[in-house]
Ligand binder design. Structure first.
Ligand code: FE2
Ligand code: FE2
Length: 292
């Protein structure tokens, strides 16, 4: 099957983060006032949601078991670029945002808002650092990867696709859905085999986890690796593949999610003022250069 589509099909969204509008519709902030909700609805225009739907259509069609194996082979050699965290942040920030510049914040601002909200709640410094770096894997886009292989909800491949995944009907076009090796409840896996043995759809979560796995405490690694796995951390629909340890660690993933989804404030954080704190934090946990 042809995996590279034309550019419009590969990248239907104007902004790589537009799928998060759909997330906020699915999982609205429980602390938001009705007025804020109305404002949000005005901002989410239907055209943008249409492109998100297009995005999930190709995502669900092409994220197969074999596709993930292929991408792991390609990207887990980490031979693309050697960068410091700061170079990676600058690089990520070159992702051009075609949509409304008044509302959409750049990538650095999303990272800082997430991490600052975590810091304001008095969490440990490695949790703050996790917020600050959690989306750096999106640089996959700058290596020419299509949106559907970088962002969006992630889910296990190699076993039946849950109907709790957004737009489950689009999996009908995925060849694994009719392959009996992959389309049963457990597929290629054993009951409660542990998520470490389960291949997730390929994207920015798994990629960054693989880069960070030697440097951060285990809860931080779970948060990075599974932050887009909504069909588990919100819907609990893959518990049958998890160990007791995974279930315990998912408490951290659940704790992280609201900071990622609901920390978008209209007033951007002052990056320059915050920089000294983050420089020190990055130096405490991470080496000077990392291989991407
Ligand atoms: Fe993310
Ligand atoms: Fe994020």
């Amino acid at each position: 099957m042809k995996k590279t589509l034309n550019n419009a099909q590969d990248n239907p969204m104007d902004n790589i983060d537009d799928w998060e509008d759909n997330l906020l519709e699915r999982y609205p902030d429980p602390e938001e006032t009705t007025k804020e909700k109305e404002e949000f609805r005005n901002y989410v225009d239907s055209e943008r949601l249409d492109t998100v739907k297009e995005f999930y259509k190709v995502n669900h069609q092409f994220q197969t078991y074999d596709f993930v194996v292929e991408k792991e082979k390609e990207f887990l050699q980490f031979n693309k670029r050697e960068m410091s965290i700061w170079e990676a942040v600058d690089f990520l920030n070159t992702l051009v945002d075609d949509s409304d510049p008044d509302i959409d914040l750049d990538q650095l601002q999303h990272l800082l808002q997430t991490s600052e909200a975590i810091r304001a709640d008095g969490h440990p410094d490695w949790f703050v650092l996790t917020g600050f770096i959690h989306d750096l894997g999106k640089i996959l886009c700058l290596f020419g990867e299509p949106q559907w292989a970088v962002v969006g909800d992630t889910f296990p491949v190699g076993c039946a696709y849950s109907d709790k995944i957004v737009y489950p009907e689009f999996f009908k076009a995925n060849p694994d859905a009719t392959n009996e090796k992959y389309n049963t409840k457990y597929g290629v896996y054993e009951p409660n085999c542990g998520l470490d043995k389960v291949k997730m759809s390929w994207g920015h979560d798994e990629y960054l986890y693989q880069i960070m796995k030697d440097y951060l405490p285990e809860p931080a690694l779970y948060m990075i690796r599974y932050h887009s796995f909504y069909s588990q951390h919100r819907e609990n629909d893959y518990t049958h593949l998890m160990t007791a340890k995974d279930i315990e660690m998912f408490e951290w993933v659940k704790k992280f999610n609201p900071y990622d989804l609901y920390s978008k404030a209209p007033v951007p954080p002052n990056a320059e003022e915050l920089l000294p704190y983050y420089k020190e934090l990055v130096t405490k946990y991470l080496p000077e250069k990392l291989n991407f």
